[in-house]
Design a protein around this ligand. Sequence first.
Ligand code: FES
Length: 206
Amino acid sequence: MQYSQKVLDHFMKPHNIGKLENPDATATEGSPACGDQVSIYLSVNPETQVIEDIKFQSYGCASNIATASIITDMAKGKTLEQAKKIGWKEAAEALDGLPPIKMHCSVLAVDTLRKAITDYEIKHNLAEEAVFSKDSIVEELKKVIYPQVGEDIITLKMVKYAGFENGVAIIDLDIPKFDKYRDNVAEEIREHLEKFKEIKEVKITM
Ligand code: FES
């Protein structure tokens, strides 16, 4: 697999690695695509809401370690609002690219940063816990990467319909039978959605 020099540099010598002793907020997320995990710890100035310190621990692959390293660099010194806008594509670009099959590793790192920010906001009454809806499902589907091209299935218009009725998530996919990633994508969708307590069943048609 071809990695850029920047990915290799951040993987060999990751920045901001470790744990903060008394973090103001933290999050740990796992990737449904591979089972790997990453934790992020934040120290935030309560007056300015600037991220003054940030650390991460990764139990993931080289791409995940490199992305966590670069997004913690990007987030440090930014306000929570600014840090929320860091996206997985931007993180991958900052690393001079990732192989398409490894894009989900960047999604995992960025998702964990956003969850840590949400953790801070909820603890400090800056935000309320989001009400689960069909939009929550669509947001989650934007994190499912089609590995052949390294793009999410919503952008690729592979989702014909996404709905939520009486605890059942209903997803209709537009992926041809001969597509070798079809079953992987369906499995990953299940893993993404089954973690929500609001979802009792996931129905996928293709
Ligand atoms: Fe699991 Fe990269 S393969 S995070």
